[in-house]
Design a protein around this ligand. Sequence first.
Ligand code: CUA
Length: 156
Amino acid sequence: MHLHKYEKIWLTFGFAALIIFLSVVGVSAFHQGHTPSGGLQKVDPENLEATPPFDDPGVHEKEDGSYEVVVIAEAFGYTPSEIQVQAGAEVTFKVTSKDVTHSFSIVDTNVNMMVVPGQVNEKTHTFEEPGTYLIVCNEYCGGGHHFMSTEIEVVE
Ligand code: CUA
């Protein structure tokens, strides 16, 4: 097979570009510790009332000043409905769904989890600035999807 000189140049260029882009994605994923977001712990969505930690949804302050916030999503809201944490403290959100797939997305932060029935998703975040943060559902979950939101109060 005969390849024209320009064809060879473009093939080499295209192949090299592909290798470079894939390397950048691969190396940065390892370097920054990207992982699939949670989903490793399984729960029975029918039986959350009897499954720790979802038998006690809410804000739990730990001895070291950090928080564990246990959240259950269901059409079309979140339990607990009120969340208050201190600014500067580490907050770990553990979320699951009782019915269909929702999301737990805190506006202006990196917290953006899919909330799948049967799976537990977890994300840790530190709110540096006090204020009110909006949490919305980003997965279409039914007729009330656009009403599905709540807030986090971050206090001094
Ligand atoms: Cu829940 Cu959309």
